[in-house]
Design a protein around this ligand. Structure first.
Ligand SMILES: C[S@@+](CC[C@H](N)C(=O)[O-])C[C@H]1O[C@@H](n2cnc3c(N)ncnc32)[C@H](O)[C@@H]1O
Length: 328
C-alpha cells in the first residue's frame, strides 16, 4: 500500500550505520558476546560517503549504531553533527546503554538536534544490572538524572525513551518499577521481549509468518558490508557492500529485492534466515491493499496473543527448541 519510490524505484525508510562495532556492555541476550567479526570503528571517509549516498533520496530516519555502543566511538559527537548538517530533514535516532553518557558527554550533545534518544537500561536492580551489563547501576542512574534534568533535556533530544529488554524471567514487579522510574524521570517507557537473532538467542516468542519491518531498512556494518538486518550480526546474509556501490544501489540490488519479494508474497518461512527469526515488528509497505490488510490483522493477532512488547508476566515454560534453518 504505502510505497517509498522515486525515479528508479523504491528507497529505504531507515538507514543504520554502525559507526563502531565495539560495545562496553556484555548483555547475555545480545550476540555481541559471541560476535567473531572485527571490533572496529568505521573509517571517516566511509562514514561520510554513506551520508552523501543518503542525500540521493528522502530518507526518513537514520540510526548511527547497530551491534555496538555509539558512545564508545570517540568521534560520535562529530558524526552526529555531520549527519544533522548533511541530512537536516532526516530523523536522527540514537540508542545507547547510557553508561558512557557522562555529564561531560551529555553537554556535548546539547543543540545537535537528536530527534529520539533511547537509553537501554534493561533493569533497575543493581545486582541484575551488573550481571546483565557488567556495569555499576548507580553511575548510569547519575547519568540519567543529569540527562533528564528539565534544565537541559529538551536541548539534547526531542524525545527520550528508556528501554527495558524483558527477559523470560523479568518479574511484573521489576517492570512496574521500571514504568514508575520512567514516569518519575519524565521519559517514555518501552518494554520489549526478546528477539531470537535468527535462532541464535533463546526466546519464547514464536516466529511470525508476516513480512518483517526490517526489509525496508538498510543496515550497514562498520566495514561497509550491508547486512541483511540487525539480527544478522556477522553479515552472513549480506545484501552488498557500500564501499563498492551506493546505498540506493544495494537497496535496489537483486539480493535485497528478493528478500522484500519473499516477505511480501507470504514466503518469509521459505527464506533463510527469516524463516527462523522471530523479529515481530511487521512491514505494511509495498503490497496490494488486500494483502496489507491481511498482514495488519495477522500482526495484530500476534501482538494480542504473544504480547511481545509492554508489561507481561514472566513465563515458567522452557523456551522452544532452536528452530531449524530452512536449509537444515
Ligand atoms: C544491540 S543494542 C545497540 C545499541 C546500544 N549499545 C544500546 O544498548 O542501546 C540495541 C538494542 O537492542 C537490544 N537488544 C539486544 N539484544 C536483544 C534481544 N535479544 N532482544 C531484544 N532486544 C535486544 C538492546 O538492549 C538495545 O536496546
Amino acid at each position: 500500500m504505502f510505497n517509498r519510490r522515486n525515479g528508479g524505484g523504491e528507497y529505504p525508510r531507515l538507514v543504520a550505520v554502525e559507526t563502531t562495532s565495539r560495545c562496553n556492555a556484555s548483555c547475555p541476550f545480545c550476540p555481541y558476546n559471541v560476535k567473531v567479526r572485527d571490533k572496529i570503528a568505521m573509517a571517516q571517509d566511509l562514514f561520510e560517503k554513506i551520508i552523501e549516498d543518503c542525500r540521493e533520496f528522502p530518507l526518513e530516519t537514520i540510526e548511527p549504531f547497530l551491534n555496538g555502543e555509539p558512545f564508545v566511538d570517540p568521534d560520535i559527537v562529530g558524526r552526529l553533527e555531520h549527519i544533522k548538517r548533511r541530512l537536516p530533514r532526516t530523523n536522527l535516532a540514537v540508542y545507547s546503554n547510557g553508561y558512557a553518557l557522562t555529564p561531560k558527554r551529555i553537554d556535548q550533545l546539547v543543540g545537535i538536534g537528536i530527534d529520539h534518544l533511547y537509553i537501554s537500561l534493561n533493569t533497575l536492580d543493581p545486582d541484575k544490572y551488573r550481571a546483565i551489563m557488567g556495569f555499576n547501576l548507580a553511575r548510569t542512574l547519575d547519568n540519567m538524572r543529569y540527562l533528564t534534568d528539565p534544565v537541559r533535556r529538551q536541548r539534547i533530544a526531542h524525545e527520550i525513551t528508556f528501554r527495558m529488554t524483558r527477559m523470560d524471567d523479568t518479574t511484573l514487579a521489576e517492570q512496574d518499577r521500571f514504568i514508575a522510574y520512567c514516569k518519575e524521570r519524565g521519559v517514555r517507557c518501552f518494554i520489549v521481549g526478546l528477539f531470537n537473532y535468527k535462532g541464535d538467542v533463546s526466546s519464547h516468542l514464536p516466529v511470525p509468518g508476516y513480512p518483517c519491518e526490517h526489509i525496508t531498512r538498510l543496515d550497514i556494518l562498520s566495514d561497509g558490508t550491508v547486512t541483511l538486518c540487525c539480527q544478522d550480526q556477522e553479515g552472513k546474509y549480506a545484501w552488498g557492500d557500500v564501499r563498492k556501490a551506493s546505498v540506493l544501489e544495494v537497496y535496489r540490488g537483486a539480493v535485497a529485492t528478493r528478500y522484500r519479494e519473499m516477505h511480501r508474497t507470504g514466503r518469509r518461512a521459505q527464506i533463510e534466515p527469516c524463516g527462523t527469526c522471530n523479529l515481530f515488528w511487521p512491514s505494511l509497505d509495498g503490497m496490494p491493499l488486500a494483502t496489507t490488510v491481511k498482514v495488519a490483522v495477522q500482526a495484530g493477532l500476534y501482538m494480542i496473543r504473544h504480547r511481545p512488547s509492554g508489561r507481561k508476566a514472566p513465563t515458567a515454560d522452557p523456551p522452544p527448541p532452536r528452530p531449524l534453518a530452512v536449509s537444515e
